[in-house]
Design a protein around this ligand. Structure first.
Ligand SMILES: NC(=O)c1ccc[n+]([C@@H]2O[C@H](COP(=O)([O-])OP(=O)(O)OC[C@H]3O[C@@H](n4cnc5c(N)ncnc54)[C@H](O)[C@@H]3O)[C@@H](O)[C@H]2O)c1
Ligand SMILES: [Zn+2]
Length: 365
């Protein structure tokens, strides 16, 4: 086994609590140390799902000894209050108290739900994240948003609960299906677009190595993404201003996911379209150079084919955007890029502008 280099530490200085992100190859083997350092409970309860636990449970167990494991079913449709109750049951039966910690091992679904359980159990116990998808490593495990879905909408029930520590080991991504991996890559593209031209350029020049999950390329991309998110969250934990830039590509992306009932797109794929549309809008408004839009379009094409969108209803998409509450007096809050690596938030995008951009993206008018 190669000797892992010393992990990087990234600090999230949120107003509610401080958290530390540990990123490096092989960091999972030192999990007990990272949890101890962060004060993450003497008594630990692990939450995972059967798939992730089957693949990586043995390694976690070697690191954490006999911590009880609570398995929840795999899949977004189980990210519910009902499943969370099963976590509470297991915590109560296992004798968890205010000094216990919950360790979420899995993708964003496990992290959001276990995080919500930790936020609410006994009015809040310590949380640690061990994210095992690329999306969870660069996005959902950082920033303290936790929650579950309701039958009437996604993430309607939730809280802010910062993890004490997030332990990111890119080696766990070796077992991640290619489509899931690529879904996470779109979020990395987003970080490049909103904040780092060098990151964007590295994604362009090392696409193949990324898909091979070559740690020499993957690890720095994850670490830079985590640093960007940590910095934004430290400045604006509750999304009153700066944190909104993380929504680049998400207004339309969420609408695409919603009108297809979360079945057609992986989250990142929908965000891929959302970013293309936002870039197009930027060019039409004269705030983004056409060369930058074209570079984004080339990178997204290089990442592979996206599910089709031509059949989606523009009317339904506009309705979904409206429901997303980002519309005030039929004017829309929108994150635009002003170049690769810089953004501007505007609040005057009209529905007509959006419709025209959707048509240019290939939807039928
Ligand atoms: N809290 C936040 O700030 C935030 C941000 C973005 C997304 N989210 C949430 O994250 C969720 C999506 O997360 P996701 O994309 O990680 O999906 P996911 O958690 O459903 O994981 C995708 C699939 O990969 C499997 N998996 C996980 N790790 C694996 C591994 N190492 N090897 C093989 N398979 C593995 C999972 O079991 C699942 O089947 C959504 O519910 C979304 O709302 C939250
Ligand atoms: Zn996202």
């Amino acid at each position: 086994m190669p000797t892992p280099t010393a992990p990087e530490r990234i600090e999230v200085r949120a107003s509610s609590r401080h958290s530390t992100i540990i990123v490096g190859e092989g960091t999972l083997d030192g999990l007990a140390t990272w949890l101890d350092e962060a004060g993450a409970g003497r008594r630990r309860f692990i939450v995972s799902n059967p798939k992730v636990w089957g693949l990586h449970g043995a390694q976690i167990q070697r690191a954490l000894g006999d911590a009880p494991v609570i398995l929840v079913p795999d899949g977004e449709r189980y990210k519910t209050v009902r499943t969370t109750e099963k976590i509470y049951d297991a915590l109560i039966r296992g004798g968890a108290d205010r000094g216990s910690a919950l360790v979420a091992v899995g993708g964003g679904v496990v992290g959001d739900m276990a995080g919500f359980a930790a936020a609410s159990f006994l009015r809040g116990i310590t949380l640690a994240h061990v994210p095992t998808t690329l999306l969870a490593q660069v996005d959902s495990s950082i920033g303290g948003k936790v929650g579950v879905n309701h039958a009437l909408g996604k993430n309607l029930i939730g809280a802010f609960h910062q993890p004490a520590v997030v332990v990111i080991d890119p080696l766990v991504l070796g077992t991640l299906p290619r489509r899931e991996f690529r879904s996470g890559l779109f979020e990395v593209v987003k970080y490049g677009m909103i904040s780092s031209r060098p990151l964007f350029d590295r994604l362009v020049s090392h696409t193949r190595a990324l898909f091979r999950r070559d740690p020499a390329v993957l690890l720095p991309a994850i670490a830079e993404s985590a640093r960007i998110k940590a910095e934004v969250v430290s400045a604006d934990e509750r999304e009153s201003g700066l944190r909104r830039i993380l929504n680049f590509g998400h207004t339309v992306g969420h609408a695409f996911e919603s009108v297809t009932h979360y079945r057609r797109f992986r989250h990142g794929e929908a965000i891929g379209y959302g970013m293309l549309l936002a870039a197009d809008l930027g060019v039409v408004r004269g705030v983004l150079p056409e060369a930058d839009r074209a570079a984004l379009a080339r990178l997204i094409a290089k990442l592979g084919t996206l599910p089709p969108v031509a059949d989606l209803s523009i009317t339904e998409i506009i309705e979904a955007v409206r429901r997303d509450k980002k519309v005030v007096n039929s004017r829309l809050h929108f994150v635009l890029c002003t170049s690769i690596g810089t953004t501007a938030v505007v609040d005057d995008v009209t529905e007509d502008e959006l419709k025209a951009a959707l048509v240019r993206l290939g939807l039928r008018s």
